[in-house]
Design a protein around this ligand. Structure first.
Ligand SMILES: Nc1ncnc2c1ncn2[C@@H]1O[C@H](COP(=O)(O)OP(=O)(O)O)[C@@H](O)[C@H]1O
Ligand SMILES: [Mg+2]
Length: 342
């Protein structure tokens, strides 16, 4: 039995930024009353998916303790992440480790890549200097690299895929309980992405992962559960086979349809889901933030914020599901030929 009620508990969490627009400024909730729990009794890969500007990185930075929430609660193993004492902070930083996006930016071209691993061993007091080889070799092995391959090498001597594995190995040095990987494969060639994503699945025997991506194909492959973000909200959260297999929220349906669109003449669907980072109007509006783009929009969507509605194992933030009915799904948005009604 786990000794904690949850590994991670995010409750009603918000982060508001003030953004200048010409002479005035607007307040914008990059993360807006988000709820999310990772279980204590099993490891899980939870994907945060959503278009650029939806708040994924802001949420990740709050979970990592790198950004203070504006309001709400954030607990890791029952400890308040926003109020850690000095010794708790040292513990927390070992327990929750980031994996960053760009391996080429992470490593200086003038520094041997293994030096990052040795520095992490020293900074976190994982082992005394003379015994540092052991945790370094163990972490490299966990990501499918050998000590021999990496030792003494400079970044230009390794491939992008190998470098990203080294950067994941660095995150593993402290044997964390949770990895926060923000777009970890977006800088890699498509051919390498799946092998790195697959690595997260292997790591699941030891740690949980919050995997952040705008790429639904890797999300489908990597995740146990998916949270779909839209302009600061989580609009759909549940098991991957439900959320991406049979999406309920019209936004998730649109995302999926735009990825899987087989007809190049229909590529407009992909364009419709892009959002400029300074599109602040839809953050400020009352009602649903997807109303303007939603094919199923109703009157109340423009004035009343939708509640989180439980539909089976999935939570959907959408008025369509409020009355406990399964609405007629848009034929164009679902690629399934039949619906199970489950
Ligand atoms: N430091 C900041 N100051 C002002 N606005 C910010 C800041 N960081 C993020 N934002 C805004 O918050 C929103 C969400 O950004 P972000 O969390 O980076 O989204 P994502 O990672 O999903 O692309 C965007 O509109 C972005 O412009
Ligand atoms: Mg981001």
């Amino acid at each position: 039995m786990a000794e904690h009620s949850a590994l991670l508990k995010v409750e009603d969490l918000s982060r508001v930024f003030t953004v200048r627009r010409g002479l005035s400024s607007v307040r914008q909730a990059a993360v807006d009353h988000v709820n999310l729990t990772l279980p204590a009794d099993r490891n899980e890969i939870l994907t945060l998916a959503g278009e650029s500007g939806s708040g994924k990185t802001t949420l990740a930075r709050m979970i990592l303790g790198m950004q203070q929430p504006s309001s709400g609660r954030l607990h890791f193993k029952d400890r308040d992440v926003t109020r850690l004492s000095g010794s708790e902070r040292a513990w927390f930083r070992k327990q929750v480790q980031p994996v960053f996006q760009d391996p080429f930016a992470t490593f200086s071209p003038l520094k041997r890549v293994d030096s990052y691993l040795y520095e992490t061993v020293a900074n976190y007091h994982v082992a005394p200097r003379r015994q540092a080889d052991e945790p370094v070799a163990r972490a490299l092995e966990a990501v499918g690299l050998s000590f021999r391959e990496v030792r003494g090498r400079y970044p230009n001597e390794l491939s992008g895929g190998q470098l990203q594995r080294v950067s994941i190995a660095r995150a593993l040095i402290t044997d964390p309980a949770l990895l926060i990987a923000d777009e970890p494969v977006s800088m890699l060639d498509a051919s390498l992405r799946m092998s790195v994503v697959n690595l997260f699945r292997e790591l699941k025997s030891r740690q949980s992962v919050v995997y952040i991506t705008h790429d639904l194909a890797t999300a489908y492959y990597a995740s146990d559960r998916v949270a779909v973000m839209l302009r600061g909200w989580i609009v759909e959260l549940g098991p991957v086979e439900e959320v991406l297999g049979a999406p309920k929220h019209p936004y998730t349906q649109l995302l999926k349809a735009s990825v899987l669109e087989p007809d190049p003449r229909q590529q407009g669907a992909a364009e419709r889901v892009t959002l400029s980072a300074f599109d602040t109007e839809s953050f400020a509006r009352t009602g649903c933030r997807f109303a303007d783009r939603c094919a199923m929009v109703m009157d109340r969507c423009r004035t009343i914020e939708p509640p989180d509605v439980p539909v089976g194992d999935v939570a959907v933030k959408c008025h369509l599901y409020v009355d406990g009915e399964q609405p007629q799904l848009q034929a164009a948005a679902t690629t399934r030929s039949s619906s199970s009604g489950a």
